[in-house]
Write a protein that binds this ligand. Sequence first.
Ligand code: ASP
Length: 343
Amino acid sequence: MRKRILLIYTGGTIGMKKTDKGFTPAPGFLKEALSEISDLARQDFPEWELYEVSPLLDSSNISADEWNGIARVIYESYADYDGFVVLHGTDTMAYTASALSFILSGLDKPVVLTGSQIPLSMLRSDGRENLITSIMIAAEGVVREVSLCFGGRLLRGNRATKMTADGLAAFDSPNYPHLAEVGINIRYNQTAITSGGGKGKLEYRPFSKVPIGVLKIFPGMQFGLFAEIMTEKLSGIVLETFGAGNIPMGDGELLPIIKRAYLAGSVITVCSQCPGGSVTLGAYETSSQLKAVGAVSGLDMTTEAAVAKLYYLFSLGLPTGKIKEYMEKNLRGELTPATDITH
Ligand code: ASP
């Protein structure tokens, strides 16, 4: 029997139209472009249906409400399809992939995010290949978790990050092996595929509007200027630090600011500006104080995953102490626990 896949179009370049203000998604335009790809109607290709989200968005405009909306469509039609392909803009695809991995717990069917750098309606579009491969991967059902398929790579969704604004292999997951390589065959990396496997009933746990901030550290930063931002008004703060979690000791103002925010209930998570490698608080003097003032290590999580995880844990209404504990624990394959990291 042919597998049934639901294609959820949220917006993004793949279905965009050229206008005098630049590329923008237009209702019905993707459907028209799909009708011109005859391979999508082959008998040896999975059956698929298109669900177009309204309004269609450039993914720069996507927020927690839209993440909840996409997850809800999957949740409500879960029994009717063998897998799901989410067509999405590349700019925030890694955030959405991370968010879906948390909102949908107990997932045991493929949810594959994809899109393109060049619209389907244009001659050299990478959309056709990304779309066909994603639908086939969703139908094969080997990877039953949230993944991201782009430019010949299948990545764990909450490990992926956008690496280039114009290259066609736009995403990578520097801290986690690819789940599959797409060449003449689709070669799955079985040892990297740890999720799925019928762990239980699918649950939908939407995000609420949690105030979250991301702050990138730079040389010579005058932390005093950020004291007004780093308060309990932000429930979760991701600090993008140097290397293995290091901060400039400079004006000495950062640690008291972090301590105040922590004592007032904020969860400060230390991630790295480096795409690869892990945060190790205490490896250098320049990071050793962070833990003492209440920050938690984001270990090898991407900023995208850390942001989504903060949304998730705060939306569950957990006490701050539990949120801190869970930020350093592996919940959906988004991080490598400290004990597994070798230096
Ligand atoms: N700005 C577009 C978006 O993220 C870029 C893309 O789709 O590649 O929606």
